[in-house]
Design a protein. Structure first.
Length: 335
């Protein structure tokens, strides 16, 4: 006779003798599934981050090719132009059909990158002289990339909020920030080396690979999206049950109604969670925090990102080689 501490093989499934061990295994399996999807979410932004951050390491080459500082500043600012209004539109579209938008955003980035490759190929075919047609194709590629890149942040943040809650959500955001810095460091390291070996056209062609990987990750994640998994609590982002309601995976589902405090009441922000009386002011406090965070990000991070676009060119003007300047910036990003 098997004991409670002995594993039992039955119908091809491994059943542990104790329910505690079984719950532990279930949590581990669930954690692996969730963090596997988080990895796919991070990969969705791989292509757009690589394409955007490949410009700064290539600045010394563009300057040597005759690009003026004014034209470079316009090109460097082009990915940000679509981020002014387009994120709101992408957010509304995501609430309507999250699967479609999730795939459409990286697919649009890939299409914009492909158009840029065509433009650089036209320049290379004209002996390095930009024709009017080549300039028009390059502008079209920048516009396409700018519009679709604006939806990457929307898709990634919304997907993380759907997958994770509580402490795990914070860990997911930390992982996303770390992956962003890792991509920036990698771009500053390998872009000067690729440009030295294959030129600007080779660089643009190499950027098709991370954009293709983002499309594949978005498709894999969309295929695994479940509208509502059996036995899981559905967390609503809207108490009215409108199209702003997303099913989220809740990691803390052990609390039963019998353990609620008498001081707790139904939360006005969500029909699925209970909280204290002060939750009535949660919306006002949240909106205020969002505006303050946006102002801080615009003033501080915006200036830092703007300076990053000219750091490589500055280091080259001070006497470093292109690869040396890229390595310095890459190490700084990792630190």
């Amino acid at each position: 006779q098997p004991t409670s501490t002995t594993d039992i093989i039955s119908d091809g499934h491994l059943e542990l003798g104790t329910s505690k061990d079984a719950r532990h295994i279930d949590r581990l399996q669930e954690g692996c599934r969730v963090w596997g999807r988080v990895l796919l979410v991070l990969c969705i932004g791989l292509g757009s981050h690589c394409s955007k951050n490949a410009l700064a390491p290539a600045a010394p080459v563009l300057e040597s090719e005759g690009m003026s500082p004014l034209l470079y500043s316009l090109v460097a600012a082009s990915p940000q132009l679509g981020a002014i209004v387009a994120p709101m539109l992408w957010g509304l579209a995501y609430t309507r059909n999250e699967r479609l938008v999730q795939v459409l955003v990286p697919l649009g980035d890939l299409m914009g990158q492909a158009v840029l490759c065509i433009g650089f190929a036209m320049i290379a075919g004209a002996s390095g002289t930009p024709t009017f047609e080549a300039r028009a194709v390059l502008c079209a590629g920048l516009v396409i990339f700018s519009l679709f890149r604006a939806g990457v942040g929307v898709v990634q943040h919304a997907a993380l909020a759907r997958l994770l809650t509580g402490q795990r959500l914070l860990e997911g955001f930390v992982a996303m920030i770390f992956s962003g810095h890792l991509i920036v460091a990698a771009c500053h390291w390998w872009v000067p080396r690729i440009v030295s070996d294959s030129g600007l056209l080779g660089l643009q062609l190499s950027l098709l690979a991370p954009n293709g990987a983002s499309v594949a990750a978005a498709g894999a994640l969309a295929a695994r999206w479940a509208s509502a998994e059996p036995g899981r609590k559905v967390r609503s982002l809207s108490s009215s049950g409108s199209f702003l309601s997303f099913p989220l995976i809740d990691e803390d589902s052990d609390t039963s109604p019998s353990h609620k405090s008498p001081k707790q009441q139904q939360c006005n922000m969500s029909a699925a969670y209970d909280c204290c009386d002060s939750c009535a002011k949660e919306k006002v406090h949240s909106e205020r925090a969002i505006w303050l965070l946006g102002l801080w990000r615009g003033l501080l991070l915006g200036l830092l990102h703007a300076f990053l676009s000219v750091t490589n060119d500055l280091l080259v003007s001070l006497g470093l080689t292109r690869t040396g300047a890229g390595s310095v910036v890459a190490v700084n990003q990792m630190l």
